[in-house]
Design a protein around this ligand. Sequence first.
Ligand code: ZN
Length: 438
Amino acid sequence: MTVPDLLTSLDPLAVGRQAHALATELYPIGRSITGDGFRSSLDLLRRFIPIESTEIPTGTNVFDWTVPDEWNLRTAWIKNARGETIVDQAAHSLHVMSYSEPVRATLTLGELRPRLHTLPDRPDDIPYRTSYYNRSWGFCLRHRTLEALQDADGPFEVLIDSTLAPGHLTYGQCVLPGHSSDEVLLSCHSCHPSLANDNCSSMALVTLLAQMLAGASRRYTYRFLFAPGTIGAIAWLSRNVDHAARIRHGLVCACLGDPGPMTYKKSRRANTDIDRAVMQVLRDTGESHSVEEFSPYGYDERQFCSPGFDLPVGCFMRTPPGRFPEYHTSADDMSFITPEALGDSMARLLEVVSVLESNRAYVNQKPHGEPRLGKRGLYNTTGGSGPADLQMAMLWVLNLSDGTRDLLDIASRSGMSFGTLRHAAELLAKTDLLTAGR
Ligand code: ZN
């Protein structure tokens, strides 16, 4: 089965439901940039695809960064003077600031207050806070909970039963070899705890995409990378300095489950094949979407597009980070992402892969004058209202196929859909009129 065949047989809603179910399992796990929550998340994904883990020891230098201590959390809570638990990490993994050092103390509200993070303008949501590289501890809670504390009698007992100790940073990879050793990289940050769109949506979709592609014939080799944000991508690059040159196309996938329109952020080079492919796919949907220029902020595209690598890697999203009010709060929960949006994202992602697999330049073998389609059975003699789409596509393919322009160029020049042009090229290539070039 080819990737275009996969696309034809895709049931987006069914895959969207499957992705939603997988994201639901990933959601409660207390992930961070290191630790057992990250590892158990990879274990969950291994039910679908083989994933090889790499463990990099604490203290290892990765370019300008150093792998930090590994963080693991067992329990954390705040109790009032009556012994009632008022904040409990078991109830929501966002309640503890990620990388909190261990603490057991009895504190007045005044002493505790600087350790409590809330969102006064979103009083019912828990914020997401981290302190990876500065030793600290803290709790994140609903502002309403904090307001209720003001009336409570102190002191408060707090416990964070965590360990911050030399260990490892983990990342996982699934590689599907293709006819070519040239690679397509699909990467998603996998270090956030209970945040559904910002992490779980893309972890689930990338996994299910890998599972589908595993059953297809592949022109390219596909590398799926599940790494902690920033430090994980940097660690992978530091271990793959030479190998990175094999990456011909890449996408960082994130925020793929919200109901907003698709957004594509271009690679630093802005005009690579992946940029052209994604823009063509989004244009062919006829639905509203946006394309943004590269900026050195966002997800791990900023590592893959750092000037020392400058890889052809864009960022594939629905609503970008920071631009939905639920972002980095407990409101980014499983009700915020939908099977419909996940299924739509999967269809677009598979279309992009299908374009990458089938885009090539052809050479017109009869370039002197327009060749006769009719005598090769390619001319539709019925109907008199001008050439149908497919015939127009054949004319464009024949006219522009001089070996230097690929199907994406022809789509851009003609305004026709990639799928129609690919079909036309496949029909022509079965005759003496067209041969596949590069
Ligand atoms: Zn995030």
